[in-house]
Ligand binder design. Structure first.
Ligand code: PLP
Length: 443
């Protein structure tokens, strides 16, 4: 399939991601993003877009924030390069230990890697095998993290994955109570499920999970790789609920958009117990450039202060309440929910209250993709959530301003005014496919 005559697009298609480029070509979605500054990204034609995705949370302070850029450059000159953790890594660990009140900290590169290490520690320290997780969860793409991804579509191509991982319905305390009877090593949970469709924890759920896990000697692992470090208006979302986990995983924002860095914070007794069982095998393995990454992370954390968290809470409320007010009664909108600067707009094609008798394995229609495409054409970058393509995710940088939130609301309202029902979506989609086919699937 032809995608573009532009050499940079062809290069990207040949060497980076051919499937993505053909997929983008199908709807004419494709852009090459070539420059970025603050909350704006520019494409190869010089068009500017408001970034309402922020690299899935890995761009917390916008693109090229001055303080982090300067610190990064300085650290490249000054910090020991390589894999050995030096004083800067120790300083970062001490700070994360203090902010999480969990004194042992391990550093890794990706979020999935931190999750894998958490699973290893859970098994080695408890001597138990079962890992409980929830439907709709997303913990990354390593084999370990995929074993606790609840969607069969995601797991099937790589089977058999880790044995002993058991999926529970999210929010169902009876199911958890029952599963804990069999003596699980850990219950791995996102305090708010983003990729599962921005699912909020039901009232009292997190608190009850904590209580049940403690009662059964099962570790509670909270995955805060996307919800943590300011995204939800707190350094850790669990602090809002007063639910302290045994292990918390962090990532994405930690590297301040310059470095790939993740972490897990836990109680020292757990780490000691795991180390006794598997000396030298528990951690993630060395992280290249860990001291430079730690210097950037320290600078980012020094900026993650009350004024910034306050901005997240205020802008998040404006976005959530503004959209709820403006989109009330819209025929496609089924719900608007979120926490801080993580907001999801659930879109439905069928009349309200209707449900097709399809098995749960059939994914919902990709309405979010079509609306995300229309948003892109309205100069806003956003994406649906991974497992629920009917939920549009809005996740701007933590530094987003009130005028940018107003722009974001205006654009969504405008796009949804044009797509005011299932017929408009379907005819738009069919018309676009026809146009793209006639043009040779180019972008
Ligand atoms: N856990 C959660 C909750 C995530 O949202 C993600 C990524 O989006 C991960 C784990 C995996 O992180 P990474 O992509 O850095 O491996």
């Amino acid at each position: 399939m032809k995608t573009s005559d532009r050499p940079e697009v062809q290069r990207y298609a040949r060497h980076v991601n051919p499937h993505l480029v053909s997929l983008l070509g199908v709807l004419g979605y494709g852009r090459l993003f070539t420059r970025a500054q603050g909350e704006r990204i520019e494409d190869h034609r010089g068009n500017s877009y408001l970034d309402a995705l922020a690299g899935f949370g890995s761009v917390p302070l916008g693109h090229h924030p001055e303080r982090l850029r300067v610190r990064f450059e300085q650290a490249l000159d000054e910090e020991p390069w390589g894999e050995d953790e030096g004083p800067r890594a120790a300083q970062l660990k001490a700070l994360l230990a203090r902010r999480s009140s969990l004194p042992s900290v391990l550093l890794a590169s990706s979020g999935a890697e931190a999750v894998d290490v958490a699973l290893k520690i859970a098994r080695a320290s408890t001597g138990r095998q079962t890992i409980l997780c929830c439907d709709g969860s997303y913990h990354g793409l390593n084999l370990g993290a995929l074993s606790v991804a609840a969607e069969p579509r995601v797991r099937k191509p790589f089977a058999p994955l880790l044995p002993g991982c058991r999926v529970l319905p999210y929010g169902d305390l009876d199911a958890l109570r029952h599963a804990l009877q069999d003596g699980a090593a850990a219950f791995l949970l996102e305090p708010l499920q983003i990729e599962g469709g921005m699912r909020m924890p039901p009232g009292g759920y997190l608190e009850a999970c904590r209580e049940l896990c403690s009662r059964h000697g099962t570790l509670l692992i909270l995955d805060e790789i996307q919800t943590g470090l300011g995204r939800c208006g707190h350094d850790f979302l669990w602090k809002k609920y007063g639910v302290k986990p045994d292990i918390v995983t962090l990532g994405k924002a930690l590297g301040g958009s310059y470095c790939a860095l993740s972490a897990l914070c836990l109680n020292p007794e757990l780490l000691e117990r795991a180390e006794r069982q598997a000396p030298g095998l528990v951690g993630p393995g060395p992280v290249g450039g860990v001291n430079v990454a730690s210097a950037v992370a320290l600078e980012f954390l020094s900026l993650l202060d009350e004024p910034l968290l306050n901005n997240v809470r205020q802008r998040g409320e404006e976005l959530l309440e503004g959209l709820q007010r403006r989109l009330q009664g819209h025929p496609l909108v089924r719900g608007i929910r979120g926490e801080g600067l993580l907001v999801g707009v659930e879109l439905g094609m069928l009349p309200r209250g209707w449900k097709l008798p399809l098995p749960a394995s059939v994914p919902p229609p990709p309405t979010g993709h079509w609306i995300a495409l229309k948003m892109l054409e309205a100069s806003v970058i956003c994406q649906p959530t991974t497992h629920r393509p009917d939920v549009l995710r809005l996740e701007p940088p933590l530094t987003v301003s009130a005028p940018d939130i107003a722009i974001l609301q205006d654009r969504i309202e405008r796009v949804l005014r044009e797509c005011n029902g299932a017929t408009a979506v379907l005819s738009g989609l069919v018309g676009r496919l026809g146009r793209q086919a006639r043009a040779g699937w180019t972008f």
